[in-house]
Design a protein around this ligand. Structure first.
Ligand code: RTP
Ligand code: MG
Length: 141
């Protein structure tokens, strides 16, 4: 099985709720290693660049405002099928639709304040890892 790296963000709502440790525990229990991390308060420009794929979507402005409303915890997770594994741990975008036991089911309040971000494919993982950790290889050594 492929050892992958993926970008994960604990969003401002979950940081404010003081559940970084609980979310990290889920990554670790699933066999994902935290191989880089940093806490940042994103600027409007950084959040807009990061979510540039959603620029034309009706929710873009709210998404950027939310992402800059407080500090976020950003990490690179590494492990077997890390991209899919992380998305499975996160649950559906809308917490009302997220399966029981997922991070969003347990910690998210709404489709906007939905606790976590995770890269959705190898291509986006590569772009997102280097966006926040310039020079870091997206491939595990
Ligand atoms: P993410 O990128 O944050 O990991 O979330 P995702 O893949 O599950 O969802 P995506 O479609 O990429 O959307 C990015 C974020 O935009 C917000 N959103 N709001 N109001 C809406 O209809 C709506 N749709 C998406 C969510 O916060 C979502 O996480
Ligand atoms: Mg997404």
């Amino acid at each position: 099985m492929a050892i992958e790296r993926t970008l994960s963000i604990i969003k401002p709502d979950a940081v404010a709720k003081n559940v970084i440790g609980k979310i990290y525990q889920r990554f670790e229990d699933a066999g994902l290693k935290i191989v880089a991390s940093k806490m940042v308060h994103l600027s409007e420009r950084e959040a807009g660049q990061f979510y540039a794929v959603h620029k034309e979507r009706p929710f873009f402005k709210d998404l950027v405002s939310f992402m800059i409303s407080g500090p976020v915890m950003i990490q690179v997770l590494e492990g077997e099928n890390a991209i899919t594994k992380n998305r499975d741990l996160m649950g559906a975008t809308d917490p009302k639709k997220a399966a029981a036991g997922t991070i969003r089911a347990d910690f998210a309040d709404s489709i906007d304040a939905n606790a976590v971000h995770g890269s959705d494919a190898p291509e986006t993982a590569a772009v997102e890892v280097s966006f926040f950790f310039p020079g870091m290889n997206v491939y595990a050594r």
